[in-house]
Design a protein around this ligand. Structure first.
Ligand code: BGP
Length: 467
């Protein structure tokens, strides 16, 4: 049944935008920063590195002023671990602390609520050399780093997220510079991250009475290719492994039973150390932040059948485990020019599914359209395709709210153009155009896209004016 009576967006809804440190800041070796895995990773051919990015490190005041002009109520960004603790577990870098103090103060000056992600794909390279997430010592380094953030920024930051898209790091590590060829090793890394997250959530609550903390996975509903029971069961499996594993853990502190069975069948069960079970139980999310770009579709994947789709470097494509599921194109959905299916209704379905499972307030921390924008001769960027995408998703958010979902924030990816995870600067998402290309830094000036003015009206009308 379709709900045609729209409820209004709640008062104080957090309209904002999103970025991550390594994709937006640049200044990769300035201000005492250490290298992260992103700074040292092998780049896909023909894409630019992350050294300058959008140069937000040097432009943050101008960027925040533009966010304020759009009317942002909140800004979701990540802190670079390597600015705070350059080698991951050693000395604190006061210059890095100061940079984020300045950024947070600048936001608060404009009444923009900081929404902080602790860790967004940029593990310190020094920790990776010591085994990265294979090494349980990384758990301690992460928790110590979180404690530093809670101590230094806890008086000004109310909303925290632990780990960005842990599920994508595990499922598509190649795109992001993590993972391993062995499924068991990969899920052992996952387990360590889950333990680290649970500890961080507990520490946050112990230290900061008013703060709210939650995970930030990429959650999107998976459809069955057909209504055959085999395909429906395959979809249930992929949903368990891709989505519910992460949220069951963040909310209930236990492994999802179906995800566990898939790991068991693939000899990929993680080893628990004494105490892990209690730690996992003690970490409690206050809200669920999630990223949504598109839905997924799977079909049954009989054991022994030749695979049709190789694993790709793209986080939205190419997953399959014989005997369980394999990802296939939906067939009826339009795609972006970078091949991501567009499914606004999937956002409503996803939000309802999450809310009915966990009954916690939801915040969208990423959603958006990557395209090759053109800076036209009239000095503008006419990104009507992006406006169209965002409008349709906001409509579905409003329908989800009308369904009864407690949704309290929306942070499209991205507030400003930045570097894609593996497609360079040519794949743009921002409301603000940054004048550079992959291999020509030009003047890095900021230009308001058409979507900038459109989003400004959306925010000013609290989501009523979507024209
Ligand atoms: C998410 C990541 C972001 C971001 C976005 C768009 O998976 O959390 O860091 O980059 O996807 O992806 P891409 O840059 O690959 O287009």
């Amino acid at each position: 049944m379709s709900n045609t009576k729209h409820k209004a967006f709640p008062e104080h809804f957090l309209w904002g935008g999103s970025t991550s440190a390594y994709q937006v800041e640049g200044a990769w070796n300035e201000g005492g920063k250490g290298p992260s895995v992103q700074d040292v990773k092998q780049l896909p051919e023909g894409t630019s590195d992350f050294k300058v990015a959008a140069d937000h490190y040097h432009h943050y005041q101008e960027d925040v002023a533009l966010m304020a002009e759009m009317g942002f109520k909140s800004y979701r960004f990540s802190i670079a671990w390597t600015r705070i603790v350059p080698d991951g577990d050693g000395a604190i870098n006061e210059e890095g602390i100061q940079f984020y103090q300045n950024l947070i103060d600048e936001l608060l000056k404009h009444q923009i609520e900081p929404v902080v992600t602790v860790y967004h794909f940029d593990l310190p390279a020094a920790l990776e050399e010591k085994g990265g997430w294979d090494n349980r010592e990384t758990i301690d380094a992460f928790v110590r780093y979180c404690d530093i953030l809670f101590d230094r920024f806890g008086d000004k930051v109310k909303y925290w997220q632990t780990i960005n898209e842990q599920n994508m790091m595990i499922l598509s590590g190649a795109a992001i510079g993590t993972g391993s060829d062995s499924m068991q090793k990969t899920y052992q890394q996952n387990h360590h991250m889950l333990v680290a997250q649970a500890k961080a959530m507990k520490h946050c609550h112990d230290k900061l009475a008013e703060a709210k903390i939650g995970p930030a996975p990429n959650i999107s509903i998976t459809y069955p290719k057909t209504n055959k029971p085999e395909d429906i069961q395959a979809a249930q499996c992929f949903n368990a492994l891709r989505n519910w594993l992460y949220l069951d853990m963040a909310v209930y502190g236990r492994y999802n039973h179906q995800a566990w069975a898939i790991l068991e069948a693939n000899d990929a069960l993680p080893t628990f150390e004494p105490g892990d079970e209690e730690v996992l139980k003690a970490g409690k999310a206050d809200f669920i932040a999630f990223n949504y770009y598109t839905s997924g579709t799977v079909e049954a994947y009989p054991v022994g059948e030749a695979t049709t789709d190789e694993k790709t470097a793209d986080q939205q494509k190419g997953q399959g485990i014989p005997g369980f599921f394999r990802q296939v194109p939906h067939g009826d959905l339009e795609k972006t020019e970078f091949g991501w299916e567009i499914d606004p209704i999937g956002l409503r379905i996803t939000a309802n599914e999450i809310y009915s499972r966990y009954a916690l307030p939801l915040m969208i921390t990423e959603n958006g359209l990557g395209g090759r924008d053109t800076f036209t001769e009239d000095g503008k960027v006419h990104d009507d395709y992006r406006i169209h995408y965002l409008r349709e998703h906001i409509e579905q958010m409003q329908l989800a709210i009308s369904d009864g979902v407690e949704l309290f924030g929306y942070h499209p990816w991205s507030a400003i153009d930045l570097i894609s995870t593996h497609e360079g600067f040519r794949k743009r998402y921002g409301f603000i155009y940054v004048n550079r290309s992959d291999f020509d830094l030009k003047d890095l000036s900021r230009i308001r896209k058409d979507s900038f003015y459109w989003y400004k009206d959306v925010i000013a009308s609290n989501g009523e004016n979507l024209k």
